[in-house]
Design a protein around this ligand. Structure first.
Ligand SMILES: Cc1ncc(COP(=O)(O)O)c(C=O)c1O
Length: 413
């Protein structure tokens, strides 16, 4: 029997009646954008993660860009991130006009090396962007300490790590602001694109909320003031801004008789990146099961750790003191015969992934930055050796046994 690398339909089948009822409820409500499903999802998620603010948006990439902009990152700035991640982690930095600066990863893990971050700080550094890759929280205590010393905000890329925790706190609550993705294969996956930003900082939350939807209305006004771009309005507080607009109110009336100037003015050049109500409805159903799903991933990882006995592989390391709860978005083994292992598994009908074959500093799109092979040797070595095995909550014990047997049989023809 074939073992898929991932199968989304199994989760859908298990939750079918709940999901379909929730989707139909949105359809019948006539409220498809920013409706009650979205606000309920944001509230429930804030409670789940233990954060003050959840701002839903269109994708994880958008969440990263919004978070970067909210931290004031733009042209001429540098942001230090990891050399080992999905392209979007660094793409977002470039997309807001800044330069990604790549730091190597830890020898015995997949996350960024805090000491390498420290070495890369210059007077142009504007933020630090660690990635909780494969669901493994980055070394946040060290990263936060380095960032604090240098007065830099920390933006967590938590796209692969929803539900993971570090020293008792959930990812997304560990830095100044965080980005998550609801891409369908993520630990919490929608039925399409989606994302969110999380933060405990009231000002960052206002700016993100404004920037994700045209920066209009009161939120847009407040965001503009916070960003120090008062959009031509006088006065420091919002009342002064509102009265400054009353002259534009229309024919012979007070502003409020015709329209709310807060509502119909836009204060910044922003974006349109909202989470659809249908996506929020699907995600609300799945959020209730997220801890169970993550526990299943954890169990599968533990069984791989126990069952995999091929000396040619090294298995993912997890701290044994219980201080970190891994999200197990991916289970990656390292081997010097990566292509052969993937071919071997494929010949037995087993899906495997190569994440990530190219380190970010050597990506084609970043060739203009002038990095060369050897600049981040650990990430380069991991990219050439990493093979991800099937891990998803609905993987059956029989399927997992098949994977373990196939991996253990690799190289013993
Ligand atoms: C680490 C990481 N960052 C960013 C993203 C971007 O998320 P999205 O695909 O929702 O834009 C992803 C996922 O695709 C990711 O895995």
């Amino acid at each position: 029997l074939n073992v898929p690398f991932f199968n989304l339909l199994r989760q859908y089948e298990a939750l079918r009646s709940e999901i379909e009822a929730a989707v139909l409820e949105v359809m019948a409500s006539g409220s498809y954008i920013e409706g009650s499903a979205v606000s309920a999802f944001e509230r429930e998620m804030a409670a789940y993660l233990g954060v003050n603010h959840v701002i839903s948006c269109g994708s994880g990439t958008a969440a990263l860009e919004l978070a970067l902009k909210a931290c004031g990152v733009g042209r001429g700035d540098e942001v230090i991130t990891t050399a080992f991640s999905f392209f979007a982690s660094a793409e977002a930095i470039s997309a807001v006009g800044a330069t990604p600066v790549f730091a190597d990863i830890l020898e015995d893990g997949f996350t960024v090396d805090p000491l390498k971050i420290k070495e890369k700080i210059t007077e142009r550094t504007k933020a630090v962007l660690p990635v909780h890759i494969f669901g493994m929280p980055a070394e946040m205590d060290e990263i936060n300490a380095i960032a604090k010393e240098n007065h830099l905000p920390v933006i967590e890329d938590a796209c692969q790590a929803i539900g993971a925790s570090y020293h008792g706190a959930k990812t997304g609550s560990l830095g100044d602001i965080a980005a998550f993705s609801f891409y369908p294969t993520k630990n919490l996956g929608g039925a399409g694109d989606g994302g969110m930003i999380t933060t405990n900082d009231d000002s960052l939350a206002v700016i993100c909320r404004a920037l994700k939807a045209h920066a209009g209305g009161k939120t847009g006004y407040e965001a503009a003031a916070l960003l120090g771009e008062s959009a031509g309005l006088s006065g420091e507080n919002s009342d002064a801004g509102l009265s400054g607009l009353s002259g534009l109110s229309g024919i012979g009336g007070k502003a409020s008789e015709f329209y709310d100037p807060y509502k119909y003015y836009n204060y910044l050049i922003a974006d349109n990146s909202r989470l659809d109500s249908i996506q929020a409805a699907v995600l609300r159903v799945k959020l209730k099961h997220l801890d169970t799903y993550n526990q299943k991933r954890s169990l599968i990882a533990a069984q791989y750790n126990e069952g995999l006995a091929n000396q040619a592989l090294s298995l993912p390391r997890v701290k044994e003191d219980g201080s970190v709860e891994h999200g197990w978005h991916q289970y990656a083994v390292l081997t010097d015969s990566k292509d052969d292992l993937i071919d071997h598994l494929s010949s037995k009908g087993i899906g495997a992934g190569s994440f990530y074959p190219v380190p970010l500093h050597l990506q084609k799109a970043f060739s203009f930055l002038g990095y060369a092979a050897g600049d981040c040797p650990v990430a380069e070595s991991v990219c050439s050796r990493s093979v991800c095995l099937p891990i998803f909550p609905e993987l059956t014990p029989q399927e997992q046994e098949q994977v373990i047997e196939a991996v253990n049989g690799f190289g013993r023809s």
